[in-house]
Design a protein around this ligand. Structure first.
Ligand code: HPA
Length: 275
């Protein structure tokens, strides 16, 4: 299925009726562990995905499935508490649908976070990584199908999907907070099975530092429609085959819980610095 511009507009108009004159500038898609930031938004207006035309439900554990509009660190934000994933059965277009809707509502910046497996053996579980670039190859693009020129060009440049100036801002924030922020490349795998050890070796050879099942489709769409992007990965576990132990969802959730204080301080500090 290919969505039309009118459908994106219909979703945006329906949200607009709920939020009135409020104009969000920063869209935030929060992965495992950071969804709680949606709960600390000031003067919140919550809109359930169920109540927005053309929106899909978010079924992943720990994902609430609502948009929270309000202010965080003085910035007008739209926080997605719960994202859609391809492994839930959604197309890449469906997975990234909300990004375009938030763009229509006025957001010009996207902050994305996720939990992922750590491929870089010099790092350890619990490390935070600033995403400097991503790999999503051999798979369909969320931009496949008719181009909607209202959002962007047919063949968008992807040289700086993660905005260099926002990366600088993150490095500066991490330095001020005394947080050891790694940086590297996020490689997308569709899941839901975790990668095999051979796939993790492949990812490492390809230049990846972390592997995960989200983020890349939304960032492609954000880049297409001219948004600035800032992305962080919580390395929740060493990727498959590095340690002699099986991977589990519980390990990911436990790591997210253990790191959420550090992670949220960093994200909020960056948000505060956004002009
Ligand atoms: N692989 C893919 N996605 C993940 C992982 C992983 O090891 N950990 C958390 N999300």
């Amino acid at each position: 299925m290919t969505y039309t511009f009118d459908q994106y507009k219909e979703s945006a108009d329906s949200i607009r009726r709920r939020i009135g004159a409020f104009c969000p500038k920063v869209a935030m898609i929060l992965g495992s562990g950071l969804g709680f930031l949606g709960d600390v938004v000031e003067d919140p207006v919550c809109v359930s995905y169920r109540d927005i035309p053309h929106f899909k439900a978010s079924t992943a554990p720990g994902h609430k499935g609502q948009l929270v509009f309000g202010t965080l660190e003085g910035r007008p934000v739209a926080v997605m508490q719960g994202r859609m994933h391809h492994y839930e059965g959604y197309s890449y277009e469906e997975v990234s649908y909300a990004v375009r809707v938030l763009r229509l509502l006025g957001c010009d910046t996207l902050i994305v976070t996720n939990a992922a497996g750590c491929v870089n053996t010099a790092w350890q579980a619990g490390d935070l990584m600033l995403i400097t670039d991503q790999i999503k190859i051999f798979m369909e693009s969320p931009l496949r199908g008719e181009n909607l020129p209202e959002f962007g060009v047919r063949f968008p440049d992807s040289s700086h999907l993660y905005t260099p100036a926002l990366q600088d801002l993150a490095r500066q924030s991490a330095g001020e907070l005394g947080i050891d922020l790694k940086e590297g490349v996020y490689m997308y795998f569709p899941g839901p099975q975790y990668e095999t050890p051979a796939e993790v070796r492949f990812a490492r050879i390809a230049g990846a530092d972390a592997v995960g099942m989200s983020t890349a489709p939304e960032v492609i769409v954000a880049g297409h429609c001219g948004m600035q992007v800032l992305g962080f990965t919580l390395c929740s576990n060493m990727a498959a085959g590095i340690l002699d132990q099986p991977l589990s969802e519980q390990e990911v959730l436990d790591a997210a819980e253990a790191c959420k204080e550090k992670f949220s301080r960093l994200v909020l500090a960056c948000l505060k610095k956004l002009s």
